[in-house]
Design a protein around this ligand. Structure first.
Ligand code: ZN
Length: 166
């Protein structure tokens, strides 16, 4: 007699579970889009749904193309929009079929425009974050172990500037 209080239409279920807090908040994922790509799911940064891959059909429902999506959320242009498991599957398949041997086109040779720019190109949020992490890792390796007093002589105003340093 009592209706099921949590019943949702099947196509709404993923959205509902995303709202329920499984996984990170959309805003956190948008701040670091790499985290939206997980082992078994990729979270759509438009609607928050967890899918195995973001198909053109899905992106079309938001009125954007894969290229627009990557640009909007700061992914590298070559970023596959799928979960890690699926990426590995495709890599294995490509290796098996000898795909690498078939690829002869090198953009720097094929596109004079790239050569004119001397390799300079706009950098995506994803690449920026990855480079920053690598830099921070390198810095933390050089750092003395935690707890070692350091920089006692220097009276600074404000917090240390880790992260904003080049
Ligand atoms: Zn979506």
């Amino acid at each position: 007699m009592s209706p099921a209080p949590f019943a949702v239409r099947a196509d709404e279920a993923p959205r509902a579970s995303a709202r329920a807090g499984r996984g990170e908040a959309l805003s956190a994922l948008r701040a670091d889009p790499r985290r939206a790509i997980q082992e078994d799911v990729i979270r759509c940064l438009e609607c928050g749904r967890a899918l195995r891959q973001l198909t053109n059909t899905h992106l079309r429902s938001h009125g954007i193309t894969a290229r627009d999506y990557k640009r909007r959320f700061g992914y590298n242009r070559g970023r596959p929009l799928m979960c890690l498991t699926l990426q590995r599957l495709y890599v294995e398949r490509a290796v098996k079929s000898g795909l690498a041997a078939q690829i002869r086109c090198r953009p720097i040779l094929a596109q004079p425009e790239l050569r004119r720019r001397g390799g300079a190109r706009p950098i995506s949020l994803e690449e920026y974050l990855t480079r920053r992490d690598a830099r921070l890792r390198a810095v933390s390796l050089l750092r003395p172990p935690a707890g070692t007093p350091r920089r006692k002589r220097v009276a600074t105003s404000g917090p240390p500037l880790v992260g904003s340093q080049r």
